[in-house]
Design a protein around this ligand. Sequence first.
Ligand SMILES: Nc1ncnc2c1ncn2[C@@H]1O[C@H](COP(=O)(O)OP(=O)(O)OP(=O)(O)O)[C@@H](O)[C@H]1O
Length: 639
Amino acid sequence: MTAPLTDRIDSRERERGRGSTFVRLLKRPAGAISLAVLLLIVLVAVFAPLLAPYDPNFVDLTITRAPPSAEHPLGGDTTGRDVLSRLIFGTRITLWGAFVAVATSIVIGVPSGLAAGYFGGKTDRIGTWISDAVQSVPGMIILLIVGSNTGNNFDILMVTVGVFMAPGYFRLTRSTVLAVRNEAYVDAARVSGLSNARIMGRHVIRPVVAPIVIQSALTAGMAMGMQAGLQFLGIGGGTTPGWGAAMNEGFRVMRTDPLLLLWPSLALGISIAALAVLGSTLADVISVKTPMLTKRQRRRIAQKNAAALPADAVETVTGSVSHAAADSAVRLENLRVKYETTNGAVEVVHGITLDVAPGEVLGIVGESGSGKSQTVFSMLDLLPSSGYCTADAIWIGGEDVTRLPRSARAKLLGHRIGYVPQEPMTNLDPSFTIGHQLTEPLRAVHGLSRADAKARALAMLERVGIADPARVMRSYPHELSGGMAQRVLIAGAIAGKPSVLVADEPTTALDVTVQAEVLELLRELQQEYRMALVIVTHNFGVVADICDRVVVMRSGSIEEIGEVSRLFSAPESEYTRELIAASLDGAESRRELDRAGLRPAVGDAIDGGAIDGGAAGPASASAAQTDASTEAQTEEVRA
Ligand SMILES: Nc1ncnc2c1ncn2[C@@H]1O[C@H](COP(=O)(O)OP(=O)(O)OP(=O)(O)O)[C@@H](O)[C@H]1O
């Protein structure tokens, strides 16, 4: 596994060689020129008192409407003031106005868009309604009213402009958050026990930053235009030497002294154009960030991955734990899960009751859509917003969690109950290193210091079999293979030493030999930490391999529940019998097994069999090879 990682880290270093977003922006002529122009404008604003040859309000009647000269390079205005000095000082007020408007828009639009996108439901509806309402109000009329009631206070007017521009930020943030809020890494952050505020502030806001920077460049240009328009109408600081005020004056004498209109128009036009070009170049630069490997590099990685695969899979061993329902690690009583749809509420889990003893491994099997995931999401309190569950009780670690407020229940995640998801890659946030993602919950949820969290994370990575934990801590998710990413997630899930670990199809997305290793690891950890393990799977091979008891689900109900050996040797339900049979290669071999009385030896007979086309195990060598090569290709493409 270390060889592919080395390749990926090399590729990261190559990526670093390409430079940061800023360097890549500078490499583009449009980016470099627009940035240089804006920098010049900012410098002019900052050093205006040093650069301006005269006081911008000093009147010298001898230069009234004077043409450009050596002393007054841009001439004099209609009241005898130096045009160049007024333009230089005008840069200050123009930039300040744009800043106030953009800052106001960001302060209003971004947090509200974040909340609307993340929480959805009522928050989203109210936020969208207010945003639509603000957009439908005629802004210029409100600005005129605000101007007349505040004595044309420039700052208040620019704040008002910012309020009218906030819906742009709201919609942008909301739509970006909507796109990421259901990402598995956001769920994973929730499962690790992080608060909503922290998830929004760290994981959800990241993808929003780049669009906001681009939007700000464009909004600043628009704010400058609006400010100039207001000053042109004589609103907002008629005495301030802003560019708009200068344009207003120039417009009045346009026929006789067109230069008085030309200079401020040029200054404004160049600034707005520079901001627009900067915004669009930034958008281009950010969107081409992901580097692509060449075909040869991809082939080399695939060959190394194939060479790294061990020849044998693990043996199957199962043990059984006797338990009493009273001291269950988890107990669901009469659990129902419903979804609100356009046709009303639809029940997808119909009043099931099950329990798991401390230290027991419970498998939940069933066809796709049978309700396995809804059952474990109810345990974790992670149903999507359109779904909800009711239950007589949900006992976790001796406590009925249905009586707890939501916030207290969220605190159980990462502490009392850990979660290993199905898709390791999508459950890691691509923006942060593995080290950050492992230490963040340890610090925020478990209160460890930075050094202790790092030491614990390193120890956990080592425990889950990662050869060079320090290096993996510095890596980003795309630099890991699927198997390593799953080990990282297992390390994260057990770092808080939970008493229950829920694994939702933890091996489905992995290569067959890695599947065996990950199962082996889960079993080892479960025994070492004496955790209860609830494992959702399609795969009867996994059940035979690791589980003590198994729950067979069908269409949202429990079809059968029992000890693994009994269930395989003498299934009570015809449906269970069919499911087990379906995981064997063919009816013929099944009948032979029945005749020979070999069905109980399921660990050997059906190891790796899958109900509905899941990955086959070592017993099915040809299928395994096909899957392994498919996985290797997938890995190659992903890399
Ligand atoms: N957001 C949703 N809205 C409406 N129905 C849903 C939603 N999510 C799941 N369901 C329904 O709930 C039922 C059970 O789904 P669940 O995800 O638990 O199945 P599963 O057994 O885990 O299947 P798989 O193995 O394919 O994940 C399915 O019929 C599914 O259509």
